[in-house]
Design a protein around this ligand. Structure first.
Ligand SMILES: Cc1ncc(COP(=O)(O)O)c(C=O)c1O
Length: 389
């Protein structure tokens, strides 16, 4: 029904959802689905989570929008809490991951300009990365399939290096490099992990050449990998972090955190957005952040991720290959000639929401507070589906 009326840019499945509870969703026919997708890593606290719903309702009754000529009480509070929790010095609010990365790209370009003039403009990203669908973030994306001729010309000043390639970082960066942007776990590229030692060495090489270092945490940020920011665990201490997806539990919100050299770059007028820092999103963000900071919440994300990966591995299923991931960001390769997309479709039919990613991979990114009962129910559907796949 829905996919015939809303613009079909997405190749959406013909299922129309009405509501959800916890990590369970229901369609117009009352059919039940276990949610191992969370709106692509967005519904961090699942559906109809009471404190989140209440905060949004209360904020809606107070003020939905005020615009950035002013600040809102809840916007200031969220910014303060974010900086306290992450150790960053500044935050720019946007509305999506693409916008967060656009802000990061603009910051990097201006940083390069201030520290090397016209020459220092190049932003390095990693092969197989994904950074968004706007023209600059699409260009930054390190996958050729996202650069079809129909959208050319692309934006100048982007280069890629291969992740975990030690030779590449010896020579890549020089006085033309403004920034290195690392997607901490490559979600769209196939749930590919970055070696922390390599990330640290790449960041050092970029910094030695005078560049800043940025992390794309649009998907990995805010608890997805079992830590507040995945870059903390990788240890490369980015100057800028872009975020979005789970940060406000489903209300559109994105942006960047910055510190050190990167904190000096943006001045009034450099970058703006009408909806940015919207009080409704900030009220939602406060609830998510508070939840993530509860003792053992993040550890439980790690434990649930390990539980899922171990359980799938124990099936020794011939249709499945490597199982990768961190926390509740899980990728399972489907062995050719079987297709991850076909598996995703069958799972949907059988009542489990998942998605696919780069390397013929089934991607699972459930709500961070999914219960073990729902995990077991979802795994049962996956196992049964694989038996007839
Ligand atoms: C790592 C990463 N960066 C950027 C984006 C773009 O975010 P959005 O779709 O909110 O613009 C995504 C979306 O999937 C992402 O996974």
């Amino acid at each position: 029904m829905g996919s015939k009326t809303v613009v079909n840019n997405y190749g959406s499945f013909d299922v129309t959802f009405t509501h959800g509870q916890g990590s369970t969703c229901y369609d117009v026919n009352g059919k039940k689905y276990i949610d191992f997708l969370a709106g692509i890593a967005v519904n961090a606290l699942g559906h109809n989570y009471e404190p989140l719903v209440k905060a949004i309702q209360d904020q809606a009754a107070k003020q939905i929008h005020i615009c950035n000529y002013f600040v809102s009480d809840v916007g200031v509070e969220f910014a303060q809490e974010l900086l306290k929790a992450t150790g960053f010095e500044g935050v720019y609010f946007g509305n999506s991951g693409g916008e967060g990365n656009e802000a990061a790209i603009k910051l990097a370009r201006k940083y390069g300009y201030l520290n090397g003039g016209e020459k220092r403009r190049v932003i390095y990203t990693l092969e197989s990365s994904f950074h968004g669908r706007t023209m600059a973030t699409l260009t930054a994306t390190g996958q050729e399939k996202f650069h079809p001729a129909c959208f050319a010309p692309y934006v100048e000043g982007f280069k890629t290096i291969k992740p975990n390639d030690w030779e590449a970082i010896k020579t890549a960066f020089d006085d033309t490099t403004a920034a290195l942007l690392i997607e901490c776990v490559q979600g769209e590229g196939g749930v590919n992990l970055i070696d922390p030692e390599w990330a640290k060495a790449a960041a050092k090489a970029a910094r030695d050449a005078g560049a800043i270092v940025m992390a794309d945490e649009v998907q990995t940020g805010f608890g997805r990998t079992g830590v507040l920011l995945a870059s903390d665990e990788l240890g490369f201490e980015p100057d800028v972090v872009s975020f979005a997806k789970g940060v406000a539990g489903g209300v559109p919100m994105g942006g960047i955190l910055f510190r050190g050299k990167a904190n000096e770059v943006f001045k009034a007028g450099d970058h703006q957005s009408t909806f940015a820092g919207n009080p409704l999103a900030c009220a939602a963000g406060l609830v998510v952040l508070k939840e993530l900071q509860k003792p053992s919440f993040l550890d439980s994300v790690k434990e649930k991720g390990e539980y899922i990966r171990k359980e799938i591995a124990s099936w020794k299923c011939e249709s499945l290959g490597e199982i990768r991931g961190k926390g509740l960001m899980i990728g399972v390769d489907v062995v050719d000639p079987k297709s991850a997309l076909e598996l995703e479709k069958k799972l949907l039919e059988n009542g489990l929401l998942t998605s696919t990613a780069g390397r013929n991979t089934l991607r699972m990114v459930p709500p961070l507070n999914i219960s073990y009962e729902e995990i077991d129910e979802g795994l049962k559907i996956l196992k049964k589906t694989l038996e007839n796949f």
